[in-house]
Design a protein around this ligand. Structure first.
Ligand SMILES: [Zn+2]
Length: 459
């Protein structure tokens, strides 16, 4: 189908479902460049309205506000949001039916998160809310050069969704230029046929989970399939979502397909939270979701890394104020070269570049150092740190089995691994602390992170 026609048909579908996604998209494409103050005014107005509606229409929020001596009109600024206690999955599970405003609008319905990466959760959504999310997603796609109506391939879908896919849905998908390939059950034989279909269908973008793409790239290599052929048939980008995209995986996918990978981050229950622009900044959907970070232990607000707490200000059917996501992130207001004034988010654990770059320009996969640690007795924990090109520091926590020449052995093996004349220093330490996220990072390289950020792969 021609993109223009497909876009129009998609517009009609949205209208039929009571979703004014395209009108919202147009607004979003303007507000993303507003001055901070103007954007904040919008946020406060939407927060006030959400609080007012929650108080009026849901027993849970009214009771909670009354218990906290909180009147809707007391919310005058974003800081007033902190008068609300935190909300979590447990509370939603216990009070879901008192949290919903069933007469909010069209299609107020119960949905369920898949639970593939986290515990499953049931909550309500509505056309109003879905229109906002669709618009935000379309905006994210436009940032990286994809317009609704262009050929998008969805490389995912649970088997249940696929079996439900009847003729009508297939025709509809064809009309709006969507296609679906089952990314949950990839086998070498299937990959061969998928690849043949993709070459024929010529998608401009493929959406999917990082792990599926990693598997696909590795499998394609074994099968002798050259995925970069898709690029010559019009593939422009890979778009990932739902799982943390590690830098190792991102690079593997980019090399496999020969096109850039752009990531997005969202939670079904809270909305779309962030989408990357072509400068690699994950911008937040500030018009729809208010974000804070807290220390998960003390619950105090944090500067820098902390647990993400989200407030949705565009989903009155199922209001969510100060929802603890459990994800560790860093929020920032650093300006981005793309000129958008929206804030940005970095998700911890997924963004670490697990490579060491040698003086000779070799990208050594961080995990390969695990083999060194295994080869020498008595190493309990290790960490490789690279502050500058040409030098690495290996920190070791050892026990009594560590041999007298252990340090020397580690140095020799690391030098073999790196294959150059890099300066290697080995140091014994008492302990190696985990990052704030609770995740232990075996390799930390400022050099690789910096080069990766700039997409410079040679020294
Ligand atoms: Zn940007």
């Amino acid at each position: 189908m021609f993109p223009v026609v497909a876009r129009q048909l998609f517009k009609w579908q949205e209208r039929l479902l009571g979703r004014d996604s395209f009108a919202i998209l147009a607004q979003l494409l303007e507000s993303e460049r507003w001055e901070q103050e103007r954007l904040q005014e919008l946020q406060v107005a939407r927060l006030q309205r959400s609080v007012q509606l929650a108080y009026q229409h849901t027993a849970f929020w009214r009771t909670l506000m009354e218990q906290n001596q909180l009147q809707p009109q007391m919310v005058q600024s974003l800081a007033d949001l902190q008068r609300f206690p935190f909300l979590d999955k447990e509370i939603i599970r216990a009070h879901r039916e008192e949290m919903v405003w069933k007469d909010e609008g069209k299609r107020v319905q119960l949905v369920r998160t898949s639970g593939s990466t986290n515990e499953a959760l049931e909550f309500y959504t509505s056309s109003t809310r879905e229109a906002q999310i669709n618009a935000a997603r379309m905006r994210g796609h436009e940032w990286v050069g994809m317009r609704r109506g262009e050929k998008e391939l969805y490389y995912w879908g649970s088997p249940i969704e696929l079996s439900k896919q009847d003729r009508i849905k297939r025709v509809r998908d064809w009309l709006i230029n969507d296609a679906l390939t089952n990314g949950f059950e990839v086998t070498p034989a299937r990959l061969k046929s998928y690849f043949a279909q993709w070459l024929k269908w010529q998608p401009k973008c493929i959406f999917g989970y990082p792990s599926t793409f990693v598997l696909t790239v590795s499998m394609a290599q074994t099968l002798g399939i050259d995925l970069t052929e898709l690029k010559s048939r019009g593939l422009k980008l890979i778009s990932t979502t739902s799982e943390l995209l590690s830098s190792v995986d991102r690079q593997l996918i980019e090399r496999g397909f020969g096109v850039p990978v752009y990531d997005s981050y969202g939670l079904r229950e809270a909305g779309l939270i962030g989408h990357e622009c072509t400068h690699g900044t994950m911008h937040c959907m500030d018009e729809q979701v208010l974000l804070e970070t807290i220390d998960p232990e003390t619950l105090q607000p944090t500067e820098g890394e902390g647990e993400l707490v989200a407030t949705n200000i565009v989903g009155p059917a199922f209001p969510l104020f100060r929802y603890r996501t459990g994800d560790i992130v860093t929020l920032s207001h650093q300006p981005c070269a793309c000129g958008r004034t929206l804030s940005s988010i970095t998700i911890s654990g997924g963004r670490a570049v697990e490579f060491i770059v040698t003086k000779a320009g070799k990208w050594v996969v961080g995990y390969s150092f695990i083999y060194i640690a295994r080869a020498v007795k008595g190493i309990v924990k290790f960490q490789v740190i690279q502050e500058k090109l040409g030098a690495i520091l290996i920190r070791l926590v050892v026990n009594e089995q560590f041999p007298p020449d252990g340090i020397e052995q580690v140095k020799i093996k690391a030098a073999q691994r790196m294959g150059g004349d890099d300066w290697i220093h080995v140091e014994l330490v008492e302990d190696i602390k985990a990052a704030r996220s609770g995740k232990y990072r075996p390799v930390i390289s400022k050099v690789a992170e910096e080069m990766y950020r700039k997409r410079e792969f040679s020294v």
